[in-house]
Write a protein of this length. Structure first.
Length: 241
């Protein structure tokens, strides 16, 4: 994930509660530009999480439908022709799952193909820079935070689903429950990352407010000195009179 980062020379002025390090740059405009970019990156991450959430919701709908079709109780009450029809419906639904998983992407990056899995080589991991510089403490590893496995009918173990017998239906239900558990864990991880990004978003907003205040301070200081100089001159003139 090619996140734009802006670097600069600066010195540490303190940490915010989340542990993110913000730097005060020699050029205040550069620092504000960095913080604005960090907010953009956080918004980018929030959008990605939203797409993941939508994908999980649609996958859950498909898995719930499949559970109804492989129910052991249903298999006991179906004629062979009806079971054959259900086999076709199951096959079409699995194909739909694969096609749907293929379409979910964010900023042209596929999300359910395993590229955001923790199993990917470390040098291929995607990072989100959420601070005023790109130091390690300001980077979120999306592969370790989200750990999205490749999502297909095959990787979820759904290839053998069939309503042909109560025994096969029971096995199918176990497979579907396991698939639902995988999606549920993904929802939990994406929810935790969303909460973390929301906290960072608040801290960045505070940091920008503080930076604006710091940038305005030199002007206020100069005005105060000028006021004191004029007042001092008036006092001196008054004494001479």
């Amino acid at each position: 994930m090619n996140q734009k980062t802006i670097s600069g020379t600066g010195y540490k002025v303190g940490d915010v509660e989340s542990g993110l390090e913000f730097l005060k740059f020699n050029n205040p405009a550069t620092n504000l530009k960095n913080l604005d970019q960090a907010i953009h990156n956080v918004s980018f991450g929030m959008e990605l999480i939203s797409v993941v959430g939508n994908a999980c919701g649609e996958i859950e709908v498909i898995l719930s439908q499949l559970k109804q079709w492989v129910s052991p109780g249903l298999a006991s009450n179906l004629e062979n022709s009806q079971k054959a029809q259900l086999d076709v419906k199951i096959s079409l639904k699995l194909r739909e799952l694969d096609q749907m998983a293929e379409t979910f992407n964010h900023n042209r990056q596929k999300l359910l193909d395993g590229s955001l899995s923790i199993s990917v080589k470390t040098e291929m991991h995607s990072y989100l820079v959420v601070g005023a510089n790109s130091s390690p403490e300001n980077r979120i590893n999306l592969n370790t935070s989200l750990n999205i496995p490749p999502i297909t009918a095959k990787t979820l173990g759904l290839g053998a689903l069939t309503p042909h017998s109560p025994e096969k239906g029971s096995k199918g239900l176990m497979v579907l429950e396991n698939a639902l558990a995988i999606i549920n864990r993904l929802q939990q991880r994406s929810g935790a990352l969303e909460t973390h990004l929301q906290e960072i978003q608040r801290n960045l907003a505070i940091a920008i407010e503080n930076q604006h205040a710091a940038n305005s301070a030199p002007g206020s200081y100069t005005q105060a000195r000028e006021f004191l100089r004029v007042a001092s001159n008036l006092i001196k003139m008054g004494k001479r009179e």
